[in-house]
Design a protein around this ligand. Structure first.
Ligand code: UFG
Length: 331
């Protein structure tokens, strides 16, 4: 049955990947995780799941894993994701994102794996002319992270044109939340994402936090983003695999909730949900931040039948808060 095709998940020990492992498992797919544990955590993956420690760019290892587990689809999360780091060390991003992806795609073509799901990003749009942003908006990334992901989309496009190979590239907007059952969540060594920073401040792990600019052309002057729950995001990957197995066409899809929240609204939500107020300073804009980034995700809804279940910011913050609290207690 198509539902049960074995899936290889690269980066399955990371934040988004570990939620995808749970989602594919719940949908009945045998799952194998490949992760080099540079940023991933072994304990983020249930011990019952086959786990290969290694690099997604290691052709021999990938070929062996595909053969051993009869893999029919690859879901590729592994990569580097810190935007400022990509500016300081671009070659790391072209190597870990574009280069590794080239190797992995090559291994799939060689082994006859025809279905590929790719973690892409809204960063491919750079600073969009207007929001909501549809998939055919110009792709003009403004940092090496976004460029490295866009280049991989092009590699996929050209590979699909030349070989018996199809793919879905999913462009994530701002990923938030944690597993509603508390099994996994975000664990950044140095938090930079807004919700994680606000939660750490609420927990007293930081003295204060800063709003990066309140002079944007938005209703309250602070940046507006489209937050999507990581469990809803994971579900979209399962649907994307099903789409391809069912003969669906290659696609590039935005994943977001089509609704924007400002930095101030997010901070207020964290304060309300946590029941803790904390000092918030206002500072200058962060380089490269667009005023607003909101998805037009209508194609994913139509093509995949994707229906986010946790679209409310309150739910996303509550799940993230519960997760961070449980982790803090553990430490
Ligand atoms: N922000 C603050 N203070 C903070 C952290 C963030 O004011 O301490 C603001 C940012 O300026 C921005 C908003 O909160 O307006 C969201 O910032 P994040 O860092 O949480 O997320 P980004 O929108 O910058 O980045 C996200 C993904 C990236 C991806 C990008 C696409 O995390 O991987 O969207 O544009 F590249």
């Amino acid at each position: 049955m198509s539902e049960q095709i074995p899936v290889l998940i690269t980066g399955g020990a990371g934040y988004i990947g570990s939620h995808a492992v749970l989602a594919f498992g719940a949908a009945g797919h045998p799952v194998v995780v490949l992760d080099n544990l540079t940023t991933g955590r072994r304990e983020a993956v249930p011990s019952s799941i086959p786990f290969v420690t290694g690099d997604a760019g290691d052709n021999d290892l990938v070929a062996q894993t595909i053969q051993e587990h009869d893999i029919a689809a690859v879901v590729h999360f592994a990569g580097s994701i810190v935007v400022p780091e990509s500016v300081a060390d671009p070659l790391k991003y072209y190597r870990n994102n574009t280069g590794v992806s080239c190797n992995l795609i090559q291994a799939c073509v060689t082994a006859g794996v025809r279905h590929f799901i790719f973690s892409s990003t809204a960063a491919v749009y750079g600073i969009p002319d207007s929001v909501p942003v549809p998939e055919d908006a110009p792709t003009v990334p403004i940092n090496p992270y976004g460029t490295s992901k866009l280049m991989t989309e092009w590699v996929l496009r050209d590979t699909a044109a030349a070989h018996d190979f199809n793919y879905v590239a999913l462009r994530y907007f701002n990923v938030a939340g944690a597993d509603p059952q508390g099994r996994t969540g975000q664990c950044s060594a140095n938090a930079t994402h807004l919700i994680e920073v606000a939660i750490k401040t609420a927990q007293g792990l930081r003295d204060d936090m800063e709003i990066f600019g309140d002079d944007f052309d938005t209703p309250d002057g602070t940046g507006v983003r489209d937050y999507i729950h990581v469990a809803d995001l994971a579900d979209a990957h399962v649907l994307a695999v099903r789409h391809l197995i069912g003969g669906g066409r290659t696609a590039v899809l935005n994943l977001g909730n089509q609704r924007g929240f400002s930095v101030r609204e997010v901070i207020e939500t964290v304060q309300r949900i946590s029941g803790r107020s904390f000092p918030v300073k206002t500072g200058p804009r962060r380089a490269g931040d667009p005023a607003g980034l909101v998805a037009d995700a209508s194609t994913a809804r139509r093509l995949l039948g994707w229906r986010p279940q946790r679209a409310e910011l309150d739910t996303q913050v509550a799940d993230a808060w519960r997760w961070q609290q449980s982790r803090t207690k553990e430490q």
